[in-house]
Design a protein around this ligand. Sequence first.
Ligand code: ADP
Length: 192
Amino acid sequence: MLNLVLFGPPGAGKGTQAELLQKKYQMLHLSTGDAIRQNIANGTQLGLLAKKQMEDGALVSDNLVCSIVADYVAQNTQANGVIFDGFPRTTEQAKEFDKIMADKGLSITAMIALDIPDQTIVTRITERAKISGRADDQNPQIVQNRIDTYKQQTAVVANYYQEQNKSFQIDGTGSIEQVFNLLCLEIDKLIK
Ligand code: ADP
């Protein structure tokens, strides 16, 4: 089972690439951001607790996000593979993730990071804001908060996977197709 963490700052293209990878490799795709938005839309208890943090561009608490992931993993133990998009976002989540997987006799195969500069992040999110309908894409201050949050709390997660020799990085600045091709090259090496 190929369990892939797709890593990178907001706006790096994780969601777009995950959709393409899902089709090509017959994998499942869990976006914790989408799952949280779904909970907010459905007015669940989790959604109510997560709403303010998400709207501010802060991180939703580790225990809420980990509970989403634990449920998802438990329900999909027979999958061909899963792309985890937007998770883990803190070292605590990464540690808990290892336990969630080990509990089911599974493990994370690799983490692939999409590398893009700050200016590209802002340009892409500004473009996406026109069509995404996402409140956290519309306000430049919230976008900046998300970038700062990434730098302060999330970027360090790469070290966690580096220490396990599971970390790979590709250039995320090209076209959707170029980035997809780079990702496929890495994945093909992993599944050989
Ligand atoms: P993006 O990465 O483009 O900002 P996401 O949909 O992945 O978009 O995430 C949107 C928001 O959802 C984040 O700013 C955060 O509030 C919340 N979120 C998503 N995943 C996590 C996570 N693993 N831990 C904490 N908060 C999360």
